[in-house]
Design a protein around this ligand. Structure first.
Ligand code: TZP
Ligand code: MG
Length: 226
């Protein structure tokens, strides 16, 4: 299997509910891509499947314009209903990664969320292309996160070591103020995050393009320092 190549630097996870009043979601997505978003995951928790599919289709047209890969959160059938270059991101309580890989085939991007060293060891050989590691800091964007779930950068570094080269994307509470601290803090001499994933730091801003470019600059500076 040849895992699809992707640039994990600035990974936007969508949430239309966070887009400010007066801003159109697709315009915000386009601006974020202009600003330097390198990967997009469509995550909409409060819609029926047909609406989710419609949002994803429209989002895909925009991502394709920028030649930026797009993934679907959780919903395998929606991913499969879309073009063969659309990927899937799943959590620990969704279907097993190996099953998802079998159903998706070798060519679609597949991501898994990991929250511990043990889950990281499992992810390594699961067939996933990358792991989302989080929550790094507290966040209002995901329901049900309690203080105990928050990893912090040090614990994330241990998880990234355990991923043993599987690309890791940090997520949770990352923004223009916290991203650099998280990236450096989650690094060790032998392992480092491949990028950051954000919802609110881009989606909740009116100046979406600026928000994305600020994050892109910080990730680029981090990568240049390694
Ligand atoms: N998974 C872990 S934290 C999180 C998800 C989907 C939410 C991240 O949102 P934000 O606004 O970037 O903290
Ligand atoms: Mg899930």
């Amino acid at each position: 299997m040849a895992p699809p190549r992707a640039d994990y630097s600035v990974y936007l996870v969508t949430a239309r509910s966070q887009v400010p009043a007066g801003v159109d979601y697709l315009d915000a997505l386009r601006a974020a891509l202009k600003g330097g978003v390198t990967l997009v995951q469509i995550r909409e928790k409060d819609v029926e499947t047909d609406e989710f599919l419609d949002i994803a289709r429209k989002s895909l047209e925009v991502c394709d314009e920028f030649k930026v890969p797009m993934l679907i959160n959780d919903n395998l059938s929606v991913a499969l209903a879309l073009a063969p270059h659309v990927g899937l991101h799943i959590g620990q309580s969704d279907l097993p990664v190996s099953q998802a890989r079998a159903l998706l085939g070798p060519d679609r991007l597949l991501g898994i969320s990991v929250h511990s060293v043990e889950q990281a060891r499992d992810a390594r050989t699961s067939g996933a292309d990358y792991a989302g590691v989080g929550p790094i800091y507290g966040t209002q964007s995901k329901a049900g996160i309690v203080d105990d779930d928050v990893l912090g950068a040090r614990q994330a570094a241990q998880i990234i070591e355990a991923l043993d080269g599987l690309p890791a994307v940090l997520i949770g509470g990352l923004n223009q103020q916290t991203a650099a601290r998280a990236l450096f803090g989650a690094s060790s001499p032998t392992a480092a995050p491949a990028g950051i994933a954000v919802i609110s730091a881009i989606m909740a801003r009116k100046d979406t393009e600026v928000a994305a470019s600020e994050l892109a600059e910080q990730v680029a500076a981090f990568k240049a320092s390694r």
